[in-house]
Design a protein around this ligand. Structure first.
Ligand SMILES: [Fe+2]
Length: 289
């Protein structure tokens, strides 16, 4: 293994890994080395560009904190998150499709009873959400856990709302015997992904917009079914076709019905204009179940 050249170094690196014990690890690392070397050859990477790349990845790691995950964001904007999801979660057309989990899920969220108001009094257009979880045959799935989380009317999640200490606009629900769950909150707004780190530099260099369409995140789990990590987007949002994390699927675009004060199904619960989102979620059986 001496006097290696640009023609022989790839095979030499792969040969150096020949004692890798786990077969899957060996396959992944060999492919990674082949693709990385091909990339360097294809673009004729200069020393300065390589140093720039190392600096970018170093700063991406340094930007990460317990509440900020710049590497996941990088994966999201490069389409890798949705590619991995697409390869691993191929579902029938009628099943609810996945989207990105995103960085704002918290597992220390409150548990809520049905119909709870999770807005914690934050200002915004009241939103009433009525969901049902069913299986392929349309039979209700009782006892499913349903996590919801979303931004406020300014596009901020609770941890970024100034002065807010307790969790808001998030929580865990359980479906009842008929598979239903419901809650009251405020209508979320479009928001930019964080642009003050290396990912922001990449977005700016490539002329891409940081704005995500508004959405409500959902994570649905029930024994015997595949977990659904999804979100719903209002059909009127102006950013549906430019989502920086490539998470929009047509089946996840939903009507957010608007009602005037004193009108419609929830007029007794609010003296303002409001919106209602109704949705049925169809679970796919898990491969083992
Ligand atoms: Fe989000």
């Amino acid at each position: 293994m001496r006097d290696l050249t640009s023609d022989t170094i790839t095979e030499a690196v792969i040969a150096a890994m020949q004692d890798t014990k786990d077969a899957r690890t060996a396959k992944i690392l060999e492919s990674l080395v082949r693709h990385a070397h091909s990339f360097v050859r294809e673009v004729g990477l200069t020393e300065q560009e390589w140093a720039q790349g190392v600096d970018f990845l170093t700063r991406t790691g340094q930007k990460c904190t317990p509440t900020r995950q710049e590497f996941i964001l990088l994966s999201d904007v490069l389409g890798i998150t949705m590619l991995v999801d697409a390869l691993n979660n191929q579902r029938s057309a009628e099943a609810t499709q996945n989207s990105v989990l995103g960085p704002f899920f918290r597992d220390d969220r409150p548990h809520h009873p049905d119909a709870a108001d999770i807005s914690e009094g934050l200002p915004g257009t009241p939103m009433f959400f009525e969901g049902q979880v069913v299986d392929h045959a349309g039979a209700p799935v009782a006892g499913a856990s349903v996590d919801v989380w979303h931004s406020d009317a300014e596009g901020h999640y609770d941890m970024d709302v100034p002065g807010l200490v307790d969790p808001a606009m998030r929580g865990l629900f359980r479906t009842d015997e008929s598979g239903h769950f419901s809650f009251r909150s405020i209508r979320p707004a479009s928001y930019p992904i964080p642009g003050d780190g290396p990912v922001g530099e990449y977005m700016s260099a490539t002329g891409r917009s940081l704005m995500r369409p508004a959405h409500v995140h959902l994570l649905i789990d029930a024994p015997g079914f595949q977990r659904v990590t999804s979100m719903l987007f209002p059909s009127t949002d102006e950013y549906l076709d430019a989502d920086p994390v490539f998470g929009v699927k047509q089946s996840l675009v939903a009507a957010f019905d608007s009602y005037e004060a004193g009108d419609g199904p929830h007029s007794g619960l609010t003296d303002e204009a409001y919106t209602v989102l109704r949705r049925t979620f169809v679970l796919e059986p898990s491969p083992a179940g």
